[in-house]
Write a protein that binds this ligand. Structure first.
Ligand code: HAM
Length: 464
């Protein structure tokens, strides 16, 4: 890959794209045949479904309740979008992007985050002309080339909310509150860490003092931070190395460099949070790892979390990005947002043993015996599904015994049986599995009869 083909994305040595990098251990072999493994990925299996359904459903409902509309942007974007938006000297752009040249020589990147694509879409579709602000939410995959570990994956999922076109502090507060409410709806307690990094002028004055402080402790810094001091000094505050963290403990704080207006903005955000009883703590060194942020920045951390590399793993984070739309060629548009990592939210649900409801199971099983009965049962099965009856069947099984075993395993309330005799009589058997009682009904009335029974036992889904 030549990252410099269209952009000067990286001065790193370009890996040879003709030779895919093998990062997985040698493939497992079964009977001499290699079984494909996902490249440091993570399969989401049906057994996990109830967690995924919960975190997605809650995200969808809370975002809509606060007036956000869904937006979907492509997984692939031009690499230059992230370089301009996230910043060339950030870990995300320098180390974590999956970028490649496609057959048309376009330099593309699997999106590492959702804010830059949303801001791009805002500019592309002339959304400045809509009534402002516009409010979006998204749920989707992001990709970062990081060292996989618990809560950190190469493909992960975010729930994000973005508001574009309003600069009032109440917007920042609304986003924090929405994030906190999302977690509390899930049964997860979070603390909010918050800071303001002001505007470009504030940061220019701050950076001068910050660099002077770090230079006076140069010997204790890691090699990356030594380089960051001249390239992108704010990033030294994100460093997890012990020596750098010690230097940070006595570093100047950006809040002391905010202009009166910017300080006021931040105070107002905090007042709204107080009003809404949100538990927050000020973190004077929180700057977040993406360059587009301005003013308020915040993170959601699990209450009582263990520190990982000296800091708790954040469940989500966000802030204002008032200059981003303009950076991408749009008119100046204030904006703010956050994103939450769904894998990390699910890890919390599991760690805290939050009770997650099982997805609804079938309550009726359709069994058949003999070829003509199988054909007829196939039609009845479709009729029941159309009528909204949660019914299961195994048409690949011929033996009644094995079908009844499946019905028992599923724990259904009723089994509907169709055999040779029932075909001739135009009837069907409904068996109450708990009571062991059987009833013979007219096959034409089976849907009505079974629905009546399910309604009686409150086992019929509401939409049916
Ligand atoms: P971020 O802090 O880079 O912010 O990511 C937000 C969240 O995504 C993290 O707090 C974490 O839960 C999750 N996350 C990030 N990387 C990984 C990973 N490798 N594996 C698993 N989860 C991960 C953003 O992405 C910004 N776009 C947020 C934002 C929206 N700011 C304004 N609007």
């Amino acid at each position: 890959m030549d990252m410099n083909a269209k952009t000067d994305a990286s001065k790193k040595e370009a890996p040879d794209k003709t030779q895919p990098k093998v990062e997985t251990p040698p493939p497992k072999k079964v009977r001499g045949v290699a079984i494909p493994q996902p490249p440091r990925g993570k399969d989401i299996l049906p057994i996990e479904e109830r967690y995924w359904k919960l975190v997605r459903d809650k995200a969808d409902s809370i975002a809509r309740a606060y007036g956000y509309e869904p937006i979907e942007t492509p997984l692939l974007e031009e690499t230059s979008l992230f370089i301009r938006a996230v910043g060339k000297q950030t870990d995300v752009v320098e180390k974590q992007m999956f970028s490649f040249l496609d057959q048309g020589e376009d330099n593309l990147t699997l999106r590492p985050e959702g804010t830059a694509p949303v801001a791009r879409a805002y500019v592309n579709h002339g959304m400045l002309n809509l009534p402002q602000p516009v409010k979006f939410f998204y749920l989707g995959s992001m990709f970062r080339h990081e060292r996989p570990q618990s809560g950190r994956y190469r493909q992960f999922h975010q729930f994000g909310c973005e508001i574009l076109g309003d600069m009032k502090p109440v917007i920042d507060a609304e986003l924090v509150i929405l994030g906190v409410r999302y977690f509390s709806d899930l049964g997860i307690d979070v603390d909010v860490q918050i800071n303001s990094i002001g505007d470009a002028n504030d940061r220019a004055r701050y950076k001068e003092k910050l660099v002077a402080h770090y230079r006076s402790h140069r010997a204790s810094l890691c090699e990356d931070c030594k380089a960051r001091l001249s390239k992108n000094p704010l990033r030294v505050l994100d460093c997890k190395e012990e020596g750098c963290r010690k230097v940070r403990a006595s570093a100047p704080q950006i809040v002391d460099f905010l202009s009166e207006d910017n300080k006021n903005h931040f105070m107002k955000v905090l007042e709204f949070l107080d009003e809404a009883d949100v538990n927050y703590s000020m973190d004077p060194y929180l700057v977040r790892g993406l360059d587009y942020y301005t003013h308020t920045v915040f993170e959601f951390v699990p209450r009582g979390a263990k520190e990982e590399d000296g800091a708790p793993q954040a469940l989500g984070g966000g802030g204002r990005y008032d200059a981003l739309v303009e950076t991408l060629g749009g008119r100046p548009t204030p904006a703010a947002g956050f994103a939450i990592g769904l894998e990390r939210a699910i890890l919390q649900l599991k760690e805290k043993n939050v009770v997650v409801p099982e997805p609804p199971k079938p309550t009726v099983y359709m069994a058949q015996l003999g070829e003509p009965a199988k054909r007829k049962a196939f039609g009845v099965f479709e009729e029941l599904r159309r009528a909204g009856v949660p019914v299961a069947a195994t048409f690949t099984k011929d033996s009644l015994k094995s079908q009844m075993e499946i019905a028992n395993r599923l724990g259904v309330k009723y089994t509907i049986l169709l055999g040779q005799k029932e075909i001739l009589d135009g009837t069907i058997i409904i068996r109450d599995m708990d009571a062991g009682i059987q009833e013979i009904v007219d096959v034409k009335k089976v849907a009505i009869e079974i629905k009546k029974k399910l309604e009686h036992t409150k086992l019929l889904p509401e939409q049916a």
